[in-house]
Design a binder for this molecule. Structure first.
Ligand code: DX5
Ligand code: ZN
Length: 214
């Protein structure tokens, strides 16, 4: 079970401290938004490079950008360990997955809550991570969409059927209230932004999530 705090919800003016506060986590989740694929702009390469320099955590980069194939090498060079692309963001999902692998990085594929899961099947055996979005991408702090649990169960079954050890990550509205149910549905990797950085500091936030998973 891996926890991947999303630095989107962190205090950017104190990014180094925030990353130290999540050092006991498994991954740092880095949400890149371009104002095109999603309605919001977050941050890009220089912030990833700064986070990389400040932390030994696995940098799990979630690309919410149009035609991500244009920037895969740049994000790899800036310090990404894993790169996750949206099936809706490119006509060439399979090629992009190959490119990520050729860069020596972990390849992830994700899809919006309204996109049929079937699009995953052709790439299922070729990826290191499937991300089920449990909110519409673009903003932190949204409510978990309950139907996501059914989608997690389906993809868990598909991965098990082919004997895949790929991570099954879930992102959006994950909190101490629903983390157990998300893991019970088959997730191996939880992204959490506001639930970690939200109230009384990241250490307390992480602790609440771990308690909920016990
Ligand atoms: C949403 C992002 C998420 C977001 C999660 O577009 O992909 O990673 O940071 O934030 P919370 O956990 O607050 O829903
Ligand atoms: Zn994300």
């Amino acid at each position: 079970m891996k926890l991947a705090p999303s630095i989107l919800a962190s205090d950017f003016a104190r990014l180094g401290d925030e990353l130290r506060a999540i050092e006991s986590a498994d991954w740092a989740h880095v949400d890149v938004m371009d104002g095109q694929f999603v309605p919001n702009i977050s941050f890009g390469l220089p912030i990833l490079a700064a986070a990389r320099a400040a932390s030994p955590l696995f940098m799990d980069v979630h690309l919410m950008i149009d035609r991500p194939e244009r920037y895969l090498r740049d994000f790899a060079d800036a310090g990404a360990d894993g790169l996750t692309i949206h099936v809706e963001s490119t006509a060439h999902v399979h090629r992009a997955v190959q490119q990520i692998r050729e860069l020596g990085k972990k390849a992830g594929v994700t899809l919006n809550p309204g996109t049929p899961l079937e699009v995953l099947r052709p790439v299922l055996a070729d990826v290191d991570l499937i991300l089920i979005m449990s909110v519409n991408p673009g903003f932190g702090g949204q409510k978990f969409i309950p139907h996501s649990l059914e989608r997690i169960r389906t993809v868990r079954r598909w991965l098990d059927e082919i004997g895949s050890a790929a991570e099954l990550q879930v992102d959006g509205g994950v909190s101490a209230t629903n983390a157990r149910a998300v893991v019970a549905a088959g997730a191996s990797n939880l992204v959490a932004g506001s639930a970690v950085f939200g109230r009384d500091g990241a250490q307390a936030g992480l602790e609440r999530l771990r308690e909920a998973l016990k």
